[in-house]
Design a protein around this ligand. Sequence first.
Ligand code: XIL
Length: 322
Amino acid sequence: LRRLAESHAPHLAIGTAVSAIPLLSDASYARILAQNFNMLTPENAMKFQAIHPQPDRYAFADADAIVEFAERNNMAVHGHTLVWGEALPRWVTETAFTDAQVQRLLADHIATVVGRYKGRIASWDVINEPLQPFAPELRTGSPWYRAMGEDYIAFALREAHRADPVARLYINEFACEERNAKSDGLYRLAKRLLERGVPLHGIGFQMHEDMTEEYQPVNAEAFRDNVQRFIDLGLEVRISEMDVNLHEEDSPERQVAQAEYYRSLLELAVDQPAFSAFSTWGFTDRYSSLQDWWEPKGFGNGLLFDPQMRPKPAYDALRQAL
Ligand code: XIL
């Protein structure tokens, strides 16, 4: 995959989310990762609770291991994520800080994490999931919003830019792939930020899709049409967390439909130079995060390699799209 992408779609990084445990313990995982991708996103290791578990203690070991793996294998790193309402440690959510203290601790967090990897992390999800799950308004429950209102977004982007002026800074969101009330809200948010001169460089579209009898995934043409308005603002865009959940046992037919869907999205990104990356949320069903979320637990078949690490039709379809 990686070799094809580098020769046929040089604008497009081909990425995947990576977890520290299999990276450090499963040789076939590490080998397939380095062979097929030229960008990785730490799946959990850079989230606030993982990397900053106590007020005066950062825990960089897993994040460092992932970044060093990327460097040894000539892969870019996409940082995930600096500011989110989830994956926060208790010391952040349960201490009665003043608004000024919250602002200071956020600035310290961003300066420390971005600063540690300055020049080594090409792009960051500075803001993750700022909007209500299925509505255009901002989420208001996080300590960041409660302390600063909407300004937490501009504040965080400016702090990240100060810490690494070269890094590309993103807002990452789900359920915004097609035109709908939520993506309209994301569009207006991006426009407001750009009009104020805030350093926002791109939008990540997560693309966690379901493909069942009941749910059809977002149509590639509807995505292309929606994404264009963000590109017209001067932003770059990325598919940041793609998986295609089949919810039940694989059949050859369903695997082929899944493969065709993957292909349609990668083709779109190959054709549009404003796409900076096409990234899946993991690459093997052996360690898919879909296993944590969906019943039956321990089951998930939304990725490119099966639990035995054999390439699925989706893998071949992505190669053909390049
Ligand atoms: C998920 C991880 O994949 C899981 O391992 C973890 O338990 C929860 O978070 N949107 C995001 C990601 O931006 O950070 C989430 O990752 C998936 C949804």
